[in-house]
Write a protein of this length. Structure first.
Length: 234
């Protein structure tokens, strides 16, 4: 009887050791299967939610769709933006052609408005299409209207680097531009009223001058009212 009891105890101990070894082996296999062999995690997209379950950060190529995002919800677009304009239907017609995707990172407000985008390319503003796809950064206000953008784009085959700051009326108030065609300068003002400080080649559309320009140009209601051109007489 005693011998049988000892054998049973030894058998139980071996079973315990065996079970422990199997548990460790399975744990190792589980961890290794969840860790890429090259140490890189690969995914098509990632959504970060806040404590209330609202999508707040979208990462991907392109960023994944989110139910909380206003830009991709036409009913909310109609209410938030189109209602501001006398021709709401016309706005929604144009809106159909806007690009909302981006490859990169997008941060949403609690209400679902785009607030910060780092991407290639960044989405179009909600008031019109960009003249060309832009790679860079966009910062929007509380209602999703663009207030600052920094990026690089190719326009008519030439590169352009620009930094723009918009007013609360969604107009460019300050613009720093460097173009491959020779334009280099800062524009301060809105619409047809502004000051340009910089340089441009002869016949450039930004100055409207037949000659090369380097200096200060002031416009009021679209007309040049003052200019200092150091490039004259060269």
């Amino acid at each position: 009887m005693s011998t049988s009891a000892e054998q049973l105890k030894r058998t139980i101990r071996w079973l315990q050791v065996y079970a422990a070894l199997i548990t460790v082996a399975l744990a190792v296999l589980f961890v290794r299967s969840g860790t890429p062999a090259d140490g890189v995690l690969r995914a098509r997209g990632l959504i970060i939610e806040d404590e209330a379950g609202r999508e707040r950060i979208l990462i991907g190529a392109p960023v994944p769709e989110a139910a909380n995002r206003v830009r991709t919800d036409e009913a909310r677009v109609q209410e938030a933006w189109a209602s501001r304009y006398p021709d709401a239907d016309g706005y929604m017609g144009y809106y159909q052609g806007y690009s909302h995707e981006t490859n990169g990172l997008l941060i949403l407000s609690e209400d679902g408005f785009d607030r910060l985008v780092l991407g290639d390319p960044v989405p179009d503003p909600n008031i019109g299409r960009r003249i060309a796809p832009s790679t860079g950064m966009v910062i929007n206000d509380l209602e999703g209207f663009e207030r600052m953008g920094y990026g690089f784009k190719v326009v008519n085959g030439l590169g352009r680097v620009g930094l723009g700051l918009d007013t609360d009326r969604i107009q460019e108030g300050l613009l720093l531009t460097l173009d491959d065609d020779g334009l280099l300068g800062v524009t301060v003002g809105t619409g047809a009223n502004g000051i340009f400080l910089g340089s441009a080649p002869a016949g450039h559309g930004w100055t409207g001058l037949a000659e090369a320009f380097q200096g200060l140009l002031v416009r009021r209601d679209g007309e040049i009212v003052h200019q200092v051109n150091a490039a004259k007489g060269r």
